[in-house]
Design a protein around this ligand. Structure first.
Ligand SMILES: CC(C)(COP(=O)(O)OP(=O)(O)OC[C@H]1O[C@@H](n2cnc3c(N)ncnc32)[C@H](O)[C@@H]1OP(=O)(O)O)[C@@H](O)C(=O)NCCC(=O)NCCS
Length: 116
């Protein structure tokens, strides 16, 4: 299930975020984590089964009622089992009133998810 990020999950969240090609640089990764922790409209979710195995990061653009998926990542040992698509579907079900879009870093995968 999709759960909200908490500070106790910082290490696992940073590990998952680092699989994004745009977050390979440690300094960039730290800045991104800080933004998720401090910016009210930056929201980070984790996918928990027995362990935490996925991450989904969005910006909630209140003005346009839009959620922009800017980060999505699944633990390499659990890829190609539908987790990525399940996370996007769970976000859709959590926010039926909002438009969900991707950005340039997530479009290639999100286009395969039937939500945009
Ligand atoms: C992208 C990612 C989250 C997909 O997670 P997943 O749980 O393996 O995905 P699912 O099992 O739900 O879906 C698999 C489908 O996604 C496709 N896919 C996987 N990675 C993809 C990528 N980077 N771009 C486009 N499509 C991708 C697969 O080819 C497969 O397609 P199919 O349904 O036509 O067979 C995962 O590969 C990952 O963490 N990648 C590293 C982080 C990353 O690059 N994120 C941005 C992706 S644009």
């Amino acid at each position: 299930m999709l759960i909200r990020y908490k500070k106790t999950f910082e290490k696992i969240a940073m590990g998952l975020l680092s699989f994004m090609p745009s977050e390979k640089d440690l300094k960039k990764l730290q800045v991104t984590m800080k933004e998720y922790e401090t910016e009210e409209n930056w929201q980070l979710f984790l996918w928990k089964e027995e362990d935490i195995i996925g991450l989904l990061g969005v910006i909630d653009e209140h003005d346009t009622n839009t959620l922009v998926i800017q980060h999505i990542s699944v633990n390499p040992s659990h890829r190609f089992q539908g987790i990525g698509k399940k996370m996007v579907k769970a976000l859709r079900e959590m926010h039926t009133d909002k438009e969900i879009i991707s950005n340039e870093n997530t479009a290639a995968f999100i286009e395969k998810c039937d939500v945009c």
